[in-house]
Design a binder for this molecule. Structure first.
Ligand SMILES: NC(=O)c1ccc[n+]([C@@H]2O[C@H](COP(=O)([O-])OP(=O)(O)OC[C@H]3O[C@@H](n4cnc5c(N)ncnc54)[C@H](OP(=O)(O)O)[C@@H]3O)[C@@H](O)[C@H]2O)c1
Length: 318
């Protein structure tokens, strides 16, 4: 049996507590967090107590130097991540860094260039790529269940306000990265759209800033044309209530809808199939990362593809 992957965690904020910890607990035969570090040490100590992490260190550098750390997870404000990715790869520690891979397209391109010389694995945490129902949609598309895809409608909308935990993180209101929530959240949907249909050949976008309490822009609407000939629309809006699917795909044989926990297929004759995700995407993501590090499995998607996801977002913004 493969021994547990020993992780070091850099950044013990909301994502660490609320998204990773349940996955670490579910994967406790596969993964153990052996050390953590955070700018505010007391928060790292609180996380260590909650997650039974045996060691807290003061800095990322100290954590990267620990011989018992096999690989690291970087969960910091977006603009702080590239230097940590480089430091981890320089220390020959495989790294899972949070999305988007860089604070701007230019910074992402520079990071890709700077990491070219490293052979150590680097996975960008675009966890939608690990949603089983997203994989099911890709399977339906590959099996031509939808026929010729004609129209793709991508929507990411929510009312982002002070009741939302992410709204209240200081760094999301500073000018450290391009695109506000349109980039922060949108890169997930970009991963889904790109992985299903490729990067659009053309994007014509308009943006707006309706809610001055949100970073600009809070809304982007675009018309897309894909290489296959399919047309699409993209809507990001972080200042309205929305409860529909994140993706609708209309084909010559069938239509599909993608929600946050299920995929639906409906044929022209009205026959329906619903696929519900059997596992959460963070458990699937960490399990994949362990396979990459320990078994040499190829990355589900490469940093270059993560850069393309950022490229799609950039084309909505500019
Ligand atoms: N995949 C997903 O679905 C998902 C969801 C949410 C977030 N994320 C990603 O996870 C990362 C963290 O987001 P979060 O929501 O967890 O934010 P958060 O709660 O604010 O956590 C950010 C962490 O970074 C530290 N930090 C803040 N400013 C820093 C600075 N200037 N220098 C060094 N460290 C600093 C914070 O330390 P203090 O404790 O000292 O403030 C905190 O531990 C982001 O990259 C975000 O995009 C991903």
């Amino acid at each position: 049996m493969t021994r547990k992957l020993r992780l070091g965690l850099i950044g013990t904020g909301i994502a660490a507590r609320e998204l990773y910890l349940p996955a670490f607990q579910r994967l406790n035969r596969r993964i153990e967090v052996v050390a953590c570090a955070n700018r505010t040490r007391s928060k790292a100590e609180a996380f260590a107590k909650l997650a039974r992490v045996p060691k807290v260190v003061d800095t990322a550098e100290e954590l990267l130097a620990l011989p018992e750390v096999d690989a690291v997870v970087v969960s910091l404000p977006i603009d702080k991540q590239p230097e940590l990715v480089l430091a981890a790869l320089g220390a020959k520690k495989p790294v899972l860094s949070e999305k988007p891979l860089a604070p701007s397209l230019a910074a992402g391109e520079a990071l890709l260039k700077a990491t070219r010389r490293f052979k150590t694995p680097w996975l960008v945490g675009e966890n939608y790529a690990f949603m089983p129902h997203v994989l099911k949609l890709r399977e339906w598309l590959a099996a031509n269940r939808l026929g010729e895809v004609r129209w793709v409608e991508a929507v990411q909308a929510t009312n982002m306000n002070s009741k939302n935990r992410y709204f209240n993180t200081a760094w999301r209101h500073q000018a450290g990265f391009d695109g506000g929530f349109v980039a922060d959240g949108g890169v997930h949907l970009a991963n889904v759209v790109r992985s299903c249909f490729g990067l659009p050949k053309s994007v014509q976008s308009v943006t707006a800033h309706f809610n001055r309490k949100l970073p600009a822009p809070d809304t982007a609407v675009a018309a897309l044309r894909f290489a296959s000939g399919a047309l699409g629309t993209w809507t990001s809006c972080f200042c309205v209530r929305y409860s529909g699917p994140m993706l609708r795909v209309y084909g010559s044989r069938a239509n599909a809808e993608l929600y946050y926990d299920e995929a639906r297929l409906e044929t022209q004759s009205g026959k329906q199939r619903v696929f519900q995700a059997p596992i959460d995407s963070f458990s699937a993501e960490f399990s994949h990362f362990a396979d990459v590090v320990q078994k040499g499995k190829p990355l589900a998607f490469t940093p270059r593809e993560a850069l393309d996801d950022l490229r799609l977002i950039d084309s909505l913004l500019h």
